[in-house]
Design a protein around this ligand. Sequence first.
Ligand code: ASP
Length: 344
Amino acid sequence: MTRKRKILLIYTGGTIGMVKDYTSKALKAFDFSQILENIPELKQLDCEIASVSFEEPIDSSNMNTEYYVQIAEMIEHNYEKYDGFVVLTGSDTMSYISSAISFMLEYLTKPVIFTGSQLPIGYLRTDAKENLITSIEIASAYKDELPVVSEVCLYFEYKLYRANRTTKLSAEQFEAFASMNYPPLAESGVHLNFNKDLLEVPTHNKKLIVRKNLCSDIAILKLFPGISLGVVESVLNIKNIKGIILETYGAGNAPSNKGFIKLISNAIGKGIYIVNVTQCVGGSVLPGHYETSSQLKQIGVIDAKDMTTESALAKLMYLLGIGIEKEEFSLYYEQSLRGEITNK
Ligand code: ASP
């Protein structure tokens, strides 16, 4: 007989654990112990559940790299003791946080499932219970003594996604997330069906390494028709800036005028990494497909391929943090490290 799986819930904050302050009418975070009291159904699951919580639960808009490290350390310190991890965070920045955690956990071989909800757990019509219960089921799913999932995922409204492929699309719908460039890893209906061919399968025998050094000296520069060279120049000249995500149009296109290209090229010359990510929620950068992207390629802009902005940003923080040499930077950046890029 297989033993009961041990799952650790990590509560960081977000709507899922919020209550209404009836004086101010605003939602605010409450004590995590009340989450378990609110879901007696959890006791029916065939696993042992323990929990840890941020000292002060936060709205995910207040997330920063120090909190990323806290989450990663909670997993690291409990890695041997538990079979799976469910991380509860606010949905607003969940794609950013979970993408970063996917890079920080190198050689992961256990499930780490991020989830949250659009309505607080105490509300009658809440989506929190289903999201939480199914996330725990996924984290405790084992076959032949091996976890079914061994990567960082995001579960929301009946779908399990690879976390670093997701984007929050709706502030209103229960189906708040999408993964436009990679299909769901599992779907929950009457049965929980895993798309086994899409899951990452660890092929190594190595111990988990937690990469805690993330670089925050980065920025996102979103292009728009009519953006002035002054604005571009001021972003490129930010003190200590080390990398910039350039959010371009369509298949990676940008203005082809000399002034713009010169600014980008000078920045690259100064050692700043510039990454080309499409503003579109689906599809890929295709350098050289249009004339308006071929110059970017020639001057050394890095190709994010079909990565999301959230993932591209997290990867930049991670690779700058581990100090990859300049000569090898784009080589690492342009290959899939955690399934965040489609190999063609
Ligand atoms: N503002 C909340 C947060 O991201 C929204 C949510 O949890 O869905 O923390």
